[in-house]
Design a protein around this ligand. Structure first.
Ligand code: CO8
Length: 262
């Protein structure tokens, strides 16, 4: 049950099993300030803790997923403010602790911290009007929430350097070609498509889903051999779940599996 009052995000559930978080500072193109990152973190944690929720969606408005960290909030920062402050150090990390899948449904601008937030999600579905970029260089700074690390892992060095050094934007087609987004859909189909994926995920075994997320993320840490061993041990452990018995029995008996997340 979500009881917290939110001001700069909107929170709802779909079919009692998908949590939807809508960034809601329309006048600032969803610029990410401390309050927004706090509220987003609280909403993510609440959905993660809710047994009924199997998948979470973060989305923005048609015009902007998020046009970056809030520049007006940062403009007068000293080094000490940046280094010691919550804004930079604490509340951007919450999303990394969420164990259920988080999908970014991106339309419009996903720039700077907005692009970084989208990349911290497990995958991105983009509307055909989406624009991605890391324009921090134009402000005399560099990406600060993982942009220089996650972008090259997603799109390779050439495009990551191009985007980080020139500050240019990449449209949805280029983002899909480069591997930054998993699907591009017409703007008016964005929520339908994303919700479809989220509902599909929610009907699977939550334990298997969390294990899959954990294991794919492991691909970005350490060596291939360690990652493969990590995956194998997780795979072995899933044979201890009722959901594995149910999933395989349903296949063998040609019926639909009903997972209980045990
Ligand atoms: N911060 C604050 N306000 C913003 C931001 C932002 N990032 N982006 C847009 N706005 C505001 C504008 O100031 C404007 O406000 P007002 O109406 O009061 O003048 C309003 O939103 C609408 O914006 P525009 O009039 O500029 O709209 P356009 O359609 O003309 O342009 C753009 C849209 C191209 C998106 C343009 O607004 C823009 O370039 N925005 C800035 C993009 C940017 O530089 N983003 C990177 C910010 S730095 C960053 O994200 C660092 C991340 C580090 C994270 C570290 C945390 C750990």
């Amino acid at each position: 049950e979500i009881t917290l009052a939110y001001e700069v995000i909107e929170v709802r559930t779909e079919a009692d099993k998908v949590g939807v978080i809508t960034l809601n500072r329309p006048k600032q193109l969803n610029a990410l300030n401390s309050q927004l990152m706090d509220e987003l973190g609280d909403a993510l944690k609440a959905f993660d803790a809710d047994e009924k929720i199997g998948c979470i969606i973060i989305t923005g408005s048609e015009k902007a997923f998020a046009a970056g960290a809030d520049i007006t909030a940062m403009a007068k920062f000293s080094f000490a403010d940046a280094y010691k402050g919550d804004f930079i150090t604490r509340n951007w990390e919450t999303i990394r602790t969420i164990r259920k899948p988080v999908i970014a449904a991106v339309s419009g601008f996903a720039l700077g911290g907005g692009c970084e937030l989208a990349m911290m999600c497990d995958f991105i579905i983009a509307a055909d009007n989406a624009k991605f970029g890391q324009p921090e260089i134009k402000l005399g700074v560099i990406p600060g929430a993982g942009g220089t690390q996650r972008l090259p892992r997603a799109v390779g060095k050439a495009k990551a350097m191009d985007l980080a050094l020139t500050g240019r934007m990449m449209d949805a087609q280029e983002a899909e070609r480069s591997g930054l987004v998993s699907r591009v859909v017409p703007l008016d189909k964005l929520m339908e498509e994303t919700l479809g994926a989220a509902l599909q995920i929610s009907d699977f075994s939550q334990i298997a889903v969390m294990a899959a997320k954990e294991s794919v993320n492991r691909a970005f840490e350490g060596t291939l051999a360690d990652g493969v061993m990590f995956e194998r041990r997780l795979f072995h452990s899933l044979f201890a779940t009722s959901d594995q018995k149910e999933g395989m029995d349903a296949f063998v008996n040609k019926r639909k599996a009903v997972f209980t997340h045990q």
